[in-house]
Design a protein around this ligand. Structure first.
Ligand SMILES: [Zn+2]
Ligand SMILES: [Zn+2]
Length: 308
């Protein structure tokens, strides 16, 4: 039987949103309302105003930004924060950065002794979807990635780190964790501060039952989303060992697995590709779609033992 892979197995359209961004509540330049209006004008359905939660007032706040009053029928905010704790190498302040989406508003910042593992557990137990933010931006080591691998996800694309620091990717870190057997998902985000034109460059598309914060968080915890900088994945269909990918016009459609395992289709403005996975020796695969101007979409990893 042909099987559509999540989130493409539902009839309703996917919701578009940004999971990582900042306002004047911490070190962003715009108010929560201004940020919300900006994204709604761009056609987004939801955002997370993940202001920094830490006691250094130069960039952070000790409280979570309460954005519930901004929610409307057709646009919602997810209570969120960028969590910090001590112990990160290669960061001038020695701070870890983890994005937590779906936090209770009374969630407390880390104390001086809390480790990154403890902080991730605490955020997960509070109900949040936790992602390793911008690993490339602050030179996350492999040991550190493994230390933080109880997070749900790795940010594989961070727009502001890409355009302001020249190091906004995270796919290498994500791949290491997949090789370690960690069943992580991916996110693409803006991490917008509105200091530059750093909004609208990276987002996720979520297959959620409805447009509420709790349904969206449940869906991303289930991996019912894909990440994008402009390319679209329209469907992923498995039939036996055959994988059918349909997408926005692309010049490269790639299936990646462990080690150097990869299959690819190359062409001009392809809107689909078929792959035979019968001799694809990898416990998981993930899809990358690249358009002619470099715009990219990343599927989450699919583990074969969960598909069959
Ligand atoms: Zn950060
Ligand atoms: Zn941030």
């Amino acid at each position: 039987m042909p099987m559509l892979l999540p989130p493409f197995d539902q009839d309703t359209p996917l919701f578009r949103g940004n999971l990582h961004g900042h306002t004047v509540h911490s070190d962003g330049e715009k108010t929560s309302m201004e940020v919300m209006n900006f994204y709604q004008d761009l056609g987004y359905d939801f955002i997370a105003l993940s202001d920094h939660l830490w006691d250094d007032v130069s960039f952070a706040s000790t409280t979570i930004n309460d954005t519930r009053d901004l929610d409307r029928d057709d646009f919602v905010t997810i209570p969120s924060a960028e969590l910090h704790c001590l112990g990160k190498r290669y960061d001038q302040d020695g701070l870890w950065h983890l994005v937590a989406n779906g936090l209770p508003l009374d969630f407390k910042m880390a104390n001086r002794d809390e480790t990154v593992t403890q902080m991730i557990s605490r955020a997960r137990e509070a109900g949040a979807y936790v992602s390793i933010a911008h690993p490339e931006w602050y030179a996350m080591t492999t040991d550190e990635a493994i230390m933080a691998s109880s997070a749900h996800a790795v940010e594989v694309f961070n727009y502001s780190a890409t355009i302001e620091s020249g190091r906004g990717l995270g796919i290498g870190t994500a791949d290491i964790l997949l090789h370690e057997g960690k069943r992580i998902s991916f996110t693409a985000t803006d991490d917008a501060h509105f200091r530059s034109q750093d909004a609208g460059g990276g987002w996720i598309m979520v297959g959620s039952d409805d447009l509420t914060s709790s349904s969206l968080v449940d869906a991303i915890k289930d991996g019912r989303h894909y990440s994008s900088t402009g390319a679209e994945i329209h469907a992923l269909l498995m039939e036996g060992d055959a994988l059918h990918v349909s997408c926005s016009p692309a010049n490269h459609i790639i299936v990646s697995g462990i080690g150097y395992a990869a299959l690819s289709a190359q062409g001009q403005n392809m809107t689909y590709a078929d792959f035979d996975l019968s001799s694809f020796a990898s416990p998981y695969f993930r899809i990358t779609v690249i358009g002619k101007n470099g715009q990219t979409a990343w599927s989450n990893p699919y583990w074969l033992d969960q598909l069959r």
